[in-house]
Design a protein around this ligand. Structure first.
Ligand code: DX5
Ligand code: ZN
Length: 216
């Protein structure tokens, strides 16, 4: 079973983003999670292309890009050009999921779909053969530092079963409210990748916290 930690720079100190990325480069985190918000799909605005391309220049880690934007197909090519290795769109954000996934692939990135806490897993099962990753939101998207929604692990188990049944190699990522205390249960439920914002960047020793999450 894969175990990857993807720290979300949404919770980093933006005045010292370079230092945060240097820390991640030297850590056991294999991926870096980039939360893009448009103020429409979610009630918050974060950052976009300039931050992504700045990060791209200083890291060779996988840039795991989570687009919380409506009609993501409008911007997929530009995120790929800015250096996204993996582009995750929301199932709820477009009527043209299939076309968007093809567009991601064509742009040379790996494909991901995310679902909000209220969206059932069944909705993304038909896309599994085209997906490198499914991202289960374990908080309402929009803000870091929220509390983990307990039922999320049932969705992970359900998804794990569907993936095993179809024989796909799609990875499962979970995002929102991950702590050192619940990370072990998330891996056990079938997650391959844990996103962690506040737990990593709110820690006294982020490098050590990443290690603790990995070995939870
Ligand atoms: C929320 C974002 C998350 C968030 C996670 O909309 O998608 O990636 O930054 O933050 P924590 O780990 O603090 O819940
Ligand atoms: Zn995210």
């Amino acid at each position: 079973m894969t175990r990857i930690i993807s720290p979300s720079i949404l919770s980093a100190d933006f005045m010292h983003l370079g230092r945060a990325i240097d820390m991640l480069n030297a850590s056991q985190a294999e991926w870096i999670h980039i939360d893009v918000m448009d103020g429409m799909f979610v009630p918050n605005i974060s950052f976009g292309f300039p931050v992504l391309s700045a990060a791209r220049k200083v890291t060779s880690k996988v840039l795991d890009t989570h687009l919380m934007i409506v009609e993501p197909e409008r911007y997929i090519d530009r995120f790929a050009q800015a250096g996204a290795d993996l582009i995750t769109i929301h199932e709820e954000a477009t009527e043209r999921v299939e076309a968007a996934l093809q567009q991601i692939r064509k742009a040379g990135a790996r494909t991901g779909i995310s679902i909000k806490p209220a969206t059932p897993v069944d909705r993304i099962v038909p896309y599994l053969p085209q997906l490198d990753l499914v991202l289960i939101m374990s908080v309402e998207p929009g803000f870091g530092g929220q509390t983990f929604i307990e039922g999320s692990l049932d969705k992970v188990r359900q998804l794990r079963e569907a993936i095993d049944r179809t024989g796909c190699s799609t990875l499962i990522e979970i995002d929102g409210g991950i702590t050192v205390a619940n990370a072990g249960a998330a891996f056990e439920a079938g997650c391959d990748i844990l996103v962690a914002g506040n737990t990593v960047f709110g820690s006294e020793d982020p490098t050590r916290t990443i290690e603790q999450l990995l070995n939870a």
